[in-house]
Ligand binder design. Structure first.
Ligand SMILES: C[C@H](OP(=O)(O)OC[C@@H](O)[C@@H](O)[C@@H](O)CN1c2cc(O)ccc2Cc2c1[nH]c(=O)[nH]c2=O)C(=O)N[C@@H](CCC(=O)N[C@@H](CCC(=O)O)C(=O)O)C(=O)O
Ligand SMILES: CCCCCC(=O)CC
Length: 330
């Protein structure tokens, strides 16, 4: 499968207008896709943003020429009703055929708790996500109004009048082994986050492939997309510190406990050392180093990169890919 290089235009880190300008620049540089985080609260507090992803996508699709867009990722089970997620992405895909996908996952406390007060366990949220995907697919494909009474969601003669020309490609996020299996079974493609390449190769991807095979699908035709942040700068220490905004994602407690106040997340993020940041994200002083990093993950089986630019100079962080993209494509 051909390698795709996508740009993650963060709505938590940059203003929506700034992220839109980055998307335009990234398309001109030759990226294959644009991905946007779908958040209510951000992963950092100081100077953070948190624009609504779907509103932004409409504007960004119009401002660009033909590049593919998806969220990375949307949680379709709590603050959003899955039927409304289905309607939103059907609308965007009808307006921009072949250019729109959606990625879904079981959610994060910082996006759901502030507006629902609820935070079910991981297994419950995973079961809700599976049911939500079923709801979305029934609506996208439905030629007649749909009645459905599930454990979590209900459709009562629900019909999508505005339909995409074909089904919206659905990336399913799996970070743990069970999540990856569900991604294979219920998604069109895998979405995951950067991890040790040996974990991706020996745990995440095999679980994804097993889930796909169990559902009678051919996993070799399904993308394995991965979000990873990078920072490029001629000054190595400056490049590492550029990634501070995302250091909270490296604190496992953020996923296990009900942490939803961005000031609290930031306090944890500020305790993360440079070594941990270096080990988990891509830090580079030139294009050559970025190419090597991407190759490590390609060897682990990743086929679609969603690259979050946390470089001190964000334009440099985009333009450097003129020298990276031709060298990582097969
Ligand atoms: C927590 C793991 O669950 P999993 O289903 O694998 O992954 C969850 C993620 O997909 C979501 O949190 C997702 O919403 C995060 N996310 C995101 C994900 C991604 O791949 C790319 C980009 C993004 C950006 C983004 C996200 N979310 C948003 O809302 N908005 C965004 O923009 C996991 O580890 N699962 C394990 C099972 C864990 C488990 O069940 N644990 C037990 C306790 C065990 C113990 O005590 O030790 C429990 O909690 O009960 C698995 O194997 O699946
Ligand atoms: C390990 C980080 C996964 C979630 C990242 C996120 O929500 C920011 C886009």
């Amino acid at each position: 499968m051909e390698t795709k290089v996508g740009y993650f235009a963060s709505l938590e880190q940059y203003t929506p207008r700034d992220a839109l300008e980055q998307a335009v620049r990234a398309e001109n540089v030759g990226f294959d896709s644009i991905w946007a985080d779908d958040h209510f609260h951000p992963w950092y507090h100081t100077n953070a943003q948190s624009a609504q992803a779907w509103a932004w996508m409409g504007a960004a699709l119009e401002a660009t020429k033909d590049i593919f867009f998806s969220t990375c990722i949307t949680c379709p089970i709590m603050r959003y009703n899955p039927a409304i997620v289905a309607q939103t992405f059907a609308t965007l895909r009808q307006m921009y055929p072949e250019r729109v996908g959606v990625a879904v996952g079981a959610g994060e406390a910082m996006n759901e708790v502030p507006v629902t007060g609820e935070w079910p366990s991981v297994p419950v949220r995973q079961a809700m996500t599976v049911e939500a995907v079923g709801v979305m697919r029934q609506l996208w494909g439905g030629k007649e109004p749909v009645n459905f009474k599930g454990e979590y969601f209900t459709l009562d003669k629900a019909f999508l009048y505005t339909k995409p020309e074909n089904e919206v490609p659905l990336y399913f996020s799996g970070m743990g082994p069970k999540g990856a299996r569900l991604a294979g079974k219920y998604g069109d493609h895998l979405m995951t986050v950067a991890a040790d390449p040996s974990v991706l190769k020996n745990v995440t991807i095999p679980n994804f492939e097993k889930g796909a095979a169990d559902a009678g699908k051919d996993p070799s035709k399904m993308e394995r997309a991965m979000l990873i942040w990078y920072s490029a700068d001629p000054d190595y220490d400056k490049a590492i510190e550029g990634l501070r905004f995302w250091a909270g994602c490296l604190v496992p407690a953020m996923f296990k406990y009900k942490v939803y106040d961005s000031k609290e997340v930031e306090a944890h993020a500020n305790l993360v050392g440079h070594d941990t940041i270096k080990e988990n994200y891509m830090v580079a002083t030139d294009a050559e180093e970025l190419i090597k990093e991407i190759e490590r993950f390609k060897e682990a089986g990743i086929t679609h990169f969603c690259l979050g630019n946390s470089s001190p100079d964000k334009n440099l962080g985009i333009d450097i890919f003129k020298d990276v993209i031709p060298n990582v494509k097969d």
